[in-house]
Design a protein around this ligand. Sequence first.
Ligand SMILES: N#[N+]C[C@@H]1[C@@H](O)[C@H](O)[C@@H](O)[C@@H]2O[C@H]12
Length: 452
Amino acid sequence: MSDAPVFPEGFLWGAATAAHQIEGSPLADGAGPSIWTRFAHTPGMMLNGDTGDVACDHYNRWKGDVKLMRELGLQAYRFSVSWSRILPEGKGRVNQKGLDFYSRLVDELLANDIEPLLTLYHWDLPAALDDRGGWLNPDIADWFADYGRVLYRALDGRVKKWVTLNEPWVVTDGGYLHGALAPGHRSRFEAPIASHHLMRAHGAAVKAYREIGKHEIGLVVNIEPKYPASDSAEDAAAVRRAHAYMNEQYLHPALLGHYPPELKEIFGEAWPEWPAEDYELIKQPLDFVGINYYTRSVTKAATSYPLNTGVVKQPLGTYTETGWEVFPQGLTDLLLWFKQTYGDLPVYITENGAAFFDPPAASVDENGNRRVRDPLRMDYLRKHLGAIHDAIRAGVDIRGYMLWSLLDNLEWSLGYSKRFGMVHVNYVTQERTPKDSARWYSEVIRTHGRKL
Ligand SMILES: N#[N+]C[C@@H]1[C@@H](O)[C@H](O)[C@@H](O)[C@@H]2O[C@H]12
């Protein structure tokens, strides 16, 4: 019997992107600014002063990009909608041209047998709502649900897999606690409030979907296994704090209806007591959870704000351009933890990938086609698909894999310095060149994972 991996029938092979990272033209056709439009034009916030003003120019090149997805054999495409293209003021008036862009994109995907997975929120909050407090204003749950309703009514049926939020942990840790991401706040009092309001908004959007939609909706989280640096009690406690803060802070309320107790320990006086009805709103039944996996953390007790933990670099480890250790076993461990903790809810790997230095697309192959050799990325992807297969064999209900990312793109405040794409983008000419990893992934899809 072949020992080639066997992925479940119907396992969905795709790739992922996000609006602000690839579209460009942030203010075209009546769109309103987002917090990332503002953040990128605030001096000093973005590496090299990069902005999302052009990005991959996907707003104009979307048809060619769908053609490229078809050529690569993608079965699904996870993308996000820019809230302020749809509602330029964040609420109220609908910008039909913005809605038309996404409607055309969805139709083109379907015409090419590619299933759309739509993320409502991938970090680009309308600036007009930030002016009203943004994720610090409790009213945002209603604003977000109303935004979802506009899209549900316009696209549900053509879109059958919806995601409310992408990585709420990054939104709050980066945007409200440490300030490295938009809107650039640095407050241990704001972070828990933003977190909670994100989850209330998630619950309200799911509830709204159940009134309008007829298909599936879920939540996407970035989670990362924490391993103790030693067998000391201090490191074990540090792991407990880090795990609760990153891995349980959103999944617990969404799936279990309460926060892990460590959060009050971590935030102390800055941790509010929330009313019981909030937890009822947040804990709406989901059809799936999306897990974004990149790396692990070997964790120790340390003096840090606010976790008092530190990450121990592994001397024999392999690291990506973003300084993340390549550790595929962590994905298997994490998926087994998810099943053990939350049960048999279906899971999609909604992001997995790596930034490595890719040589410029200067070389050509024997047929004269431009070629980008990216062996490290291929090795990363192959090993992580193997780790997913191990989890599937151990009984985890994994329904699909969305490679991050389809295209090299704007890596938020790191600008264009990190390339995650399986397709190289020349940001001057906007030429797309499938890397070796894209060619390899096409074969993986064609053989349904048997040829890893
Ligand atoms: N960094 N990094 C790559 C990738 C980022 O580009 C995505 O927007 C996020 O959803 C998630 O953080 C992962």
